[in-house]
Write a protein that binds this ligand. Structure first.
Ligand SMILES: *[C@@H]1O[C@H](CO)[C@@H](O)[C@H](O)[C@H]1NC(C)=O
Ligand SMILES: *[C@@H]1O[C@H](CO)[C@@H](O)[C@H](O)[C@H]1NC(C)=O
Ligand SMILES: *[C@@H]1O[C@H](CO)[C@@H](O)[C@H](O)[C@H]1NC(C)=O
Length: 385
């Protein structure tokens, strides 16, 4: 999340201090009578409305879940770039004073896990993304009942935020629900209860509204064209949503650097785009020589704001569909400007940040498509909206 740069994707460090308690797990074998009908009752798909975190540009989309007994409402970013559930709690006190805080003492189903950990993120969304280490959460483990869209997962693993750095203060939500390519947490529980193992995102621009997450299905009222599916390159081996891309085009052109094969991470919790420095430079070279690194923030680029709106900057990212045909996902020129830099409002930040070691796209691409995240079949689907 170039504000939650895939909170977990860009995990800088993790420190866990937990008392390891040895546990004995009773393994039982259950033999069903030969005449028994083994049938899972299917759960129906459900849709959760999402709000847009908008600060001059669309940053992240978040919606409500409930946690505990009786249920407390917790708003979370549904983040395909991470795997776990963590949210502000009353244990965080003043450090989380701008967020709604979950009170575990008021939940009869909460079980304290007792393990504390801290995570530091390189993160940022929109202007002035952080490529430092000032996004840090301190967590305490637990389990509780989690409901999403009215579907309930008992004894779901979660983390209470017990402290956080001030960079999180502007977030209009309380936490993050990881939605990785491996079923985990509430989603794994619902799939075990019979929910189809996929979810879909409709991440609309602020002006359009009605963004939504559909869990267990596809809301075909939200798009017209066909869905094009592409397979994850390493099925069932990674929690990261990644597709292989053989080529990038900028304004219809490609260069030798852009023709390289790369794995591209899809992170609904990030708004900006990340490419290694050489790739970012090659893309900008095809847009304007006036786009230059912005000295005060490593990895960012900018150009005079009065120049930016007239620049053609169509980025086509080519992928390969399951039937072998190439298809593009396209980021239109309108996404190029992220907004004026805080330290120089005459310079507007451009969409792509240099980040050596990975390629990542997020909301600025996803909001131009209806997207299907098919955990069970290890594939992603896209339809133009
Ligand atoms: C989340 O719940 C609160 C009430 O607790 C409500 O005001 C808000 O509109 C809900 N947000 C969404 C996106 O449904
Ligand atoms: C991935 O795992 C699922 C569930 O175990 C299985 O049904 C599916 O065939 C596997 N897919 C691949 C491509 O290995
Ligand atoms: C992808 O975009 C490039 C550049 O605009 C174009 O030349 C190519 O035909 C597109 N590919 C497909 C499959 O549409």
């Amino acid at each position: 999340m170039l504000r939650l740069l895939g909170l977990c994707l860009l995990l800088v460090s993790t420190h866990v201090s937990a008392q390891a308690t040895p546990q004995t797990i009773q393994l039982q074998s259950r033999v069903a009578p030969a005449h028994a009908t083994l049938r899972r009752r299917a759960l129906n798909p459900t849709t959760v409305p999402l709000d847009d975190f908008f600060l001059g540009t669309d940053l992240q989309w978040f919606g409500n879940i409930t946690v505990g007994t009786p249920p407390q409402v917790v708003s979370v970013v549904f983040d395909t770039g991470s795997s776990t559930l963590e949210f502000a709690s009353t244990l965080c006190g003043a450090a989380c004073s701008s967020q709604v805080q979950f009170d575990s003492t008021k939940s009869s189903s909460f079980v304290d896990g007792g393990a504390t950990s801290s995570i530091t993120f390189s993160t940022g969304v929109g202007v002035d993304p952080v490529v430092g280490a000032n996004y840090r959460l301190t967590l305490r483990s637990g389990t509780d009942t989690v409901s999403v869209g009215g579907l309930t997962a008992p004894a779901t693993k979660l983390f209470l935020i017990t402290n956080q750095t001030p960079k999180f203060d502007i977030d209009p939500f309380s936490g993050i629900q990881g939605m990785s390519a491996r079923a985990q947490g509430f989603f794994a529980s619902l799939v075990n209860q019979g929910l189809p193992s996929l979810f879909s995102l409709f991440l609309t621009p602020e002006a359009v509204g009605n963004a939504e997450l559909t869990i267990g299905g596809i809301d075909s009222t939200k798009f017209t064209g066909p869905l094009t599916f592409a397979s994850l390159p390493s099925p069932n081996s990674s929690a990261t949503w990644t597709l292989n891309s053989p080529q990038l085009f900028v304004n219809g052109k490609s260069t030798s650097i852009l023709k390289a094969t790369r794995n591209i991470i899809f992170d609904s919790g990030t708004s900006n785009i990340l490419f290694p420095t050489a790739t970012a430079n090659a893309i900008y070279a095809l847009i304007s020589p006036d786009i230059v690194p912005h000295a005060s923030e490593a990895g960012t680029y900018g150009i005079a704001c009065d120049q930016i709106s007239s620049l053609p900057a169509v980025i086509d990212i080519q992928f390969t569909a399951q039937n072998g045909s190439p298809f593009n996902l396209t980021i239109p020129s309108s996404e190029l400007s992220v907004g004026p830099f805080a330290d120089n409002p005459a310079i507007c930040q451009t969409l792509i940040n240099a980040f050596d070691g990975l390629s990542l796209v997020g909301g600025s691409l996803l909001k131009h498509y209806y997207s299907v995240w098919d955990v069970g079949a290890q594939r992603m689907g896209f339809a133009a909206v």
